[in-house]
Design a protein around this ligand. Structure first.
Ligand code: C2E
Ligand code: MG
Ligand code: MG
Ligand code: MG
Length: 297
């Protein structure tokens, strides 16, 4: 991988480094033009109620098809967009597009399934630096698409929050006051202590795939997950397990009382129409089983 090569003596790999630098430069340049949606799309990965085995909401994940380089993964282009500042426009595009998709799902099915949109650290900071706020961008997108705030969730990593905690707290409170819910993404991978969850106006903790994958065969990981689950519950937060790939892991997470999960075992990120086809009428499952579930144990 590129990261591996960077750790080797650079003299040995000048051509490759040059190539990597050229590619990066190219992406930086071309991302500046992608903000109107050219080549960008969103896929939607379902979140699953583990007790009911039913879809409860979706997470929007960005894709970029470069005209010559082909598909570029978000793991590559999001960091580039963060350094150039293009992330601000990309992020606004994603907000509008995801909310427009929920509006189309509502029109097609009569159901309001929430959608989660990822917001990155630099996006947060760049908006503030330009005298804008995330909350303004969210309000505009909600108004333009006629979406109720309760249909939107914002996913933000703990690193993004901890980087500038006081500004982030103001922003998160404003978002929550608007009626939007907030999830901490990739939980368990940063430097945070469990105690700081108490200070954050969030409703959900998304436990990172690194703490979920293989949990059924690792007692240590199981204990760690149980601890996070207990703390989340104590603070009244919902827990989502990310990256569930095996039936064994899913069964254990359900047994531990984890209410919601997401992963390739259930669905990969899907095009809008395929996501829409998974939406079922409220009467068939909307009894808030996750809350019943967390009261058991
Ligand atoms: P994330 O928000 O933590 O999203 C979860 C990532 O894990 C997604 O990768 C998803 O496809 C992948 N995933 C889901 N289930 C499984 C599984 O069972 N196994 C494995 N191996 N992977 C699974 P993706 O789509 O490549 O996105 C990577 C990251 O890029 C996201 O992590 C998020 O941080 C960022 N990203 C994606 N879209 C956006 C966006 O619109 N805005 C911002 N700011 N960041 C985005
Ligand atoms: Mg996410
Ligand atoms: Mg995540
Ligand atoms: Mg991630």
């Amino acid at each position: 991988s590129r990261a591996d090569r960077r750790q080797l003596p650079w003299l040995t790999y000048v051509p490759e480094l040059e190539q990597a630098a050229r590619r990066r430069h190219r992406l930086e340049h071309d991302l500046a033009d992608a903000h109107n949606g050219d080549g960008l799309s969103l896929l939607y990965q379902p979140k699953i109620d583990l007790a009911m085995d039913s879809v409860v909401s979706f997470e929007a994940l960005m894709r970029w098809e470069h005209p010559e380089l082909g598909p570029v993964s978000p793991g590559e282009f999001i960091p580039v967009a963060e350094t150039t500042g293009a992330i601000v426009n990309l992020g606004e595009w994603a907000l509008h597009e995801a909310l427009a998709a929920t509006a189309r799902w509502r029109a097609a099915t009569g159901e309001c399934y929430p959608v989660a949109v990822n917001v990155s650290a630099r996006q947060f900071e760049a908006l503030t630096a330009r005298g804008h706020t995330l909350t303004q961008a969210v309000r505009t997108a909600l108004e333009h698409t006629g979406t109720p705030p309760g249909c939107l969730e914002v996913e933000i990593t703990e690193t993004a929050i901890m980087h500038n905690l006081e500004d982030a707290l103001d922003e998160l409170h404003a978002l929550r006051d608007l009626g939007v819910s907030i999830a901490i993404d990739d939980f368990g991978t940063g430097y945070s202590s469990l105690a700081y969850l108490r200070r954050l106006p969030v409703s959900t903790v998304k436990v990172d795939r690194a703490l979920v994958d293989g949990i059924a065969s690792d007692p240590g990981m199981r204990g760690l997950f149980e601890a996070i689950l207990a703390v989340s519950r104590g603070f009244g937060l919902q827990t989502v397990a990310e990256g569930i790939e095996t039936a064994e892991d899913a069964a254990l997470l359900h047994e531990l009382g984890c209410p919601v999960g997401q992963g390739f075992l259930y669905h990969r990120p899907l095009p809008e129409a395929e996501a829409c086809a998974l939406i079922t009428p409220a009467s068939s499952h909307r009894a808030r089983p996750s809350e019943e579930r967390s009261e058991r144990s």
